[in-house]
Design a protein around this ligand. Sequence first.
Ligand code: KG4
Ligand code: ZN
Length: 346
Amino acid sequence: MLILGFESSCDETAVAIVRDGREILANKISSQIEIHALYGGVVPEIASRAHTEAISSLTNEALEEAGLSLSDIDAIAVTNCPGLIGALLVGVNFAKSLAYKLGIPLIPVHHIRGHIAANYCYFDGNDGRELLVPPFTSLVMSGGHTSLIGVNGYTDFEILGATRDDAAGEAFDKVARLLSLPYPGGAKMDKLAYEGDKNYITFPQAQVKDSPFDFSFSGLKTAAINYIHKLEQNKAEYNKADIAASYTDAVVKAITKRVELLFEDNEKFKTKKFVLAGGVSANSHIRRAIAELADKYGVKLYVPPLSLCGDNAVMIASQGYYEYTVGNKTAGTNLNAYATMGIDEV
Ligand code: KG4
Ligand code: ZN
């Protein structure tokens, strides 16, 4: 089954074609980073306009890359939640009209379900790679989400823990911005952290009472912001790399603490299969720390290639396949977009 997938929830317009949820035939991404970097963050109205300008030609490019025409496509999958509402609506409306014109099914996909599914296209059982199939547990870390999720089936999700305030990506981006690193700062913080001393400052660690798997990054983020502001008010010289290293170390510790607790919990973590997903799972410090933990606890770890960590439409076409074939899900021309939506609510 050939699925044409669309992703437009934030600052990348993406179109992909995936066969049977696993085989990537085309993967086109038009990034808006350069535009938003001028403002230090995503400007929603500009994002919507840029999606509108890119989506049609990107679809043609994806078809060309796959050597297919629209008449070969069996179904259309589109991110309809969560994300920037105006940005989501561009993808949803484009997908809707195309599905209507072609008379083929339209499949709505939750963006975070998609991030997890990106792994199916890499761990596909070919060329010595594992074949990843549920059940497993996933740690999803993106710009807006940091959650531990039990993936009991392709369309059956259970939230084990989530952030109570900021997401890891947001926390990285905000501090990166204060350190004058260009947007989006996450990847630049990753690199800069290698040049500094991680023991230079000890940032606070938060714990959510009675919810050991929940995350909280706002205290840590605020401590870093206050620290930098104070240095600047005092016109003090400081080494950005030391702050990046100490802050990254604090984020890594906050994450690995929850992951280790999960690995020790035989009730909540029966499968012993752990899957990383989302833009922040590109972070080399987090990848290494979790790999060490997985080794220690004999856990089978699945880490997506960097190319499938950030936003793309491959992940939407892949999850769309399972929403359709396992979840029997389709939508009509009244399909709407939603800025917020739980992974277990759709
Ligand atoms: O999943 P994603 O591409 O988009 C959302 O769904 O939000 O995640 C974007 C986030 C941004 O906050 C970006 O700074 C962060 O992922 N990111 C990183 C790295 N690469 C991307 N954060 C830390 N280290 C990285 N190497
Ligand atoms: Zn994302």
